[in-house]
Write a protein that binds this ligand. Sequence first.
Ligand SMILES: Cc1cc2nc3c(=O)[nH]c(=O)nc-3n(C[C@H](O)[C@H](O)[C@H](O)COP(=O)(O)O)c2cc1C
Length: 126
Amino acid sequence: MLLAYDSLTGNVRRLALELAGQLGAAVVDVRTQAPAHEYLLLTYTFGCGQAPDSTRNFLDQHSPLLRGVVASGSYHWGNNFARAADVIAARYGVPVVAKVNKGGTAADRVRVLTWLREHNRYGTLD
Ligand SMILES: Cc1cc2nc3c(=O)[nH]c(=O)nc-3n(C[C@H](O)[C@H](O)[C@H](O)COP(=O)(O)O)c2cc1C
């Protein structure tokens, strides 16, 4: 399972690289790279509860390999907190693995790592 991430100010990028380091998984930057295998998408929420255009463009091309979504947001967006995860999950029929504030907490990372280990169906994380 790859970790495909989209990040504007660095929160999601830091989270993705931290998770990848712990798992030995490969990362894909959705702005510049394409996935070779199935992936967990990590993205952020923009506009008013939307996924960023860069994530939408990536999914337009690579949604068949999408297996789950993590979205970052900020608590002060209230009902729209990390809503990009809900939008993407509903559109593509994949689970919301986590919704995190900014770069996420240690508990968020455990949650995502647990999901990744349970869904590592090929026995490799690259
Ligand atoms: C213009 C703008 C709109 C945003 N809209 C939302 C939003 O609707 N909901 C939310 O939870 N966070 C929203 N955020 C917060 C970001 O999703 C949050 O800071 C996230 O951690 C950014 O990830 P990144 O650092 O990887 O780019 C918004 C941020 C900006 C700058």
